[in-house]
Design a protein around this ligand. Structure first.
Ligand code: HEC
Length: 130
């Protein structure tokens, strides 16, 4: 019985992990691919390890938050105003993991950090230093 429970637990973890990954791929295909597949407006192409390496080095909290707020040619929320930070994060992970990274779905504490950083970033954009 214990063995059965254990294998069920392993299966559940396996499934939730892959479905989070699938969600990221779905959002990527629906929203991000339009620019990130071909490199529209100099977007870093998904799979371009050289372009992504310095971005990945910024870390998951910073890159996810700054991407969500938008930077130069990168529209806020990928141009989809109702895209949640969770879905944006999953899509970012999907691209990062296609491009040489190995990011995991954020734990709650990391997601809190991402939300804090994106609020700080939004404020900084509204009140640029003179
Ligand atoms: C309209 C085109 C467009 C769409 C759609 C788009 N991006 Fe981008 N993205 C860009 C461009 C252009 C850049 C490069 C910005 C720069 O550094 O000048 C970029 C950069 C980024 C970066 C790096 C940000 C940084 O801090 O340098 C991330 C992460 C990112 N995009 C994630 C996404 C995700 C996830 C989606 C889909 C939910 C998405 N993008 C949809 C155009 C797009």
């Amino acid at each position: 019985m214990q063995k059965l429970l254990l294998s069920m637990a392993v299966l559940t973890v396996g499934f939730s992990g892959s479905s989070a990954f699938a969600m990221g791929e779905k959002t990527y295909r629906q929203v991000c691919m339009a620019c990130h597949a071909s490199g529209v407006a100099n977007a870093p192409k998904s799979g371009d390890k050289v372009r992504w390496a310095p971005l990945i080095a910024e870390g998951q909290v910073i890159l996810t938050a700054h991407g969500y707020v938008g930077v130069r040619g990168m529209p806020a929320k990928g141009g989809k105003p109702d895209l949640s930070i969770e879905d944006f994060s999953a899509a970012t992970n999907y691209m990062v993991n296609q491009s040489g990274g190995d990011w995991k779905r954020p734990e709650k504490s990391m997601m809190d950090g991402i939300k804090k950083e994106l609020i700080a970033r939004e404020l900084a954009q509204k009140n640029p230093k003179k």
